[in-house]
Design a protein around this ligand. Structure first.
Ligand SMILES: C/C(=N\NC(=N)N)c1ccc(NC(=O)c2cc3cccc([N+](=O)[O-])c3[nH]2)cc1
Length: 324
């Protein structure tokens, strides 16, 4: 208890560890005056931890970017930040996600039903669609960073951990391309053709996540020594076990295949995925809307701190185009 910042201790009573491991530590805490339960993610500052234990992903080098992103995003399938403190380490206070990490639901022998995979994946797509619309690339989408709001199988999922995220801003290349190219070297024009495909890295990761949710095993792994893990990935050579996939719909596997495409320009985009046959499932979308309605009643609507100028109603129905 000694090591927590005073101002944090004034507001929260820190209790047990909820999840720990490579991703650092998450503590249960109670807000003193409201008695509400929250989660506190501790991001270690100490060089020791991050150097000696390389798997300690929480290098705090861009904690400002991350907290800036957490404060601006406002979507039911993205984690909500409540508070932030800096002390010996960094402490991010967040909403409690009682279902824990999706990672633990997909570990053998546990398997998710295809229906549940679809409900969860639909929400991940909406979350990443929102991020990409706001020029944010997550860059570290994985099962550990998808949290479940409750122990119920039918629940909301939320994406977390923006420690590797990137904000796509106005680049100098874009400025260069505004002028007439009279004096522009060909390599700049060539590079312009390939630049800016950052968002597609998230689509690849979503493909890996969907593969693992449906099958219970990873598409690429170092278990099979040859080809090497990197060769499997760079050649898009995922491991196909007929025994497992025979019980899964063709539509589901078709969607996975369209994400696990090596050429980023040919890889499925979020908008295209939301129109894929596997996700044209009225029952699933109705379930999501019901889950959303339950939380909307509970939650006091904060003034959304979004990038978009105020005055625009924000719906979460991804099919209603809400402009750029
Ligand atoms: C912001 C962030 N990471 N950022 C970073 N590594 N740079 C971050 C990463 C992970 C979390 N995880 C949780 O909130 C989290 C994990 C977990 C496990 C069992 C139970 C609960 N829970 O809330 O009941 C859990 N919450 C929350 C935030």
């Amino acid at each position: 208890q000694l090591e927590y910042p005073k101002e944090m201790q004034n507001k929260y009573i820190v209790s047990k560890t909820l999840g720990s491991g490579a991703c650092g530590e998450v503590k249960l805490a109670f807000e003193r005056d409201t008695h509400t339960k929250v989660a506190i993610k501790i991001i270690r500052k100490s060089k020791f931890m991050t150097d000696v234990l390389p798997e300690m992903q929480d290098k705090p080098f861009n904690i400002e970017t991350e907290v800036g992103i957490l404060k601006r995003i406002d979507h039911p399938c993205l984690i909500r930040i409540i508070d932030f403190f800096e002390g010996k380490d960094f402490y991010i206070v967040l909403e409690l996600m009682e279902g824990g990490e999706l990672f633990d639901k997909v570990q053998r022998p546990a398997r998710l039903s295809e229906r549940t995979c679809k409900l969860y994946f639909y929400q991940m797509l909406l979350a990443v669609q929102y991020l990409h619309k706001h020029g944010i690339i997550h860059r570290d989408l994985k099962l550990e960073n998808v949290l479940l709001s409750s122990r119920e199988e039918n629940c909301l999922v939320k994406i977390t951990d923006f420690g590797q995220s990137k904000i796509i801003g106005e680049t100098s290349l874009m400025q260069t391309l505004c002028g007439t190219p009279d004096y522009l070297a060909p390599e700049i024009l060539h590079f312009a053709g390939t630049a800016g495909y950052g968002r597609s890295v998230d689509c690849w990761s979503l493909g890996v996540i969907l593969f693992m949710c449906l099958s219970g095993y990873p598409p690429f792994s170092k278990k099979s020594a040859r080809p090497s893990l990197t060769e499997q990935i760079t050649s898009g050579n995922y491991c196909y076990i007929e025994e497992v996939w025979k019980d899964i719909s063709r539509d589901a596997f078709d969607l996975v295949q369209k994400f696990l495409v090596v050429d980023p320009t040919k890889r499925l985009k979020i908008e295209e995925a939301l129109e894929h046959p596997w996700l044209q499932d009225e029952h699933m979308r109705h379930t999501f809307q019901q889950l959303l309605a339950q939380t909307q009643n509970m939650r006091v609507k904060p003034e959304p701190l979004t990038l978009v100028p105020p005055g625009r109603k924000r719906d979460y129905h991804e099919d209603e185009k809400t402009g750029p």
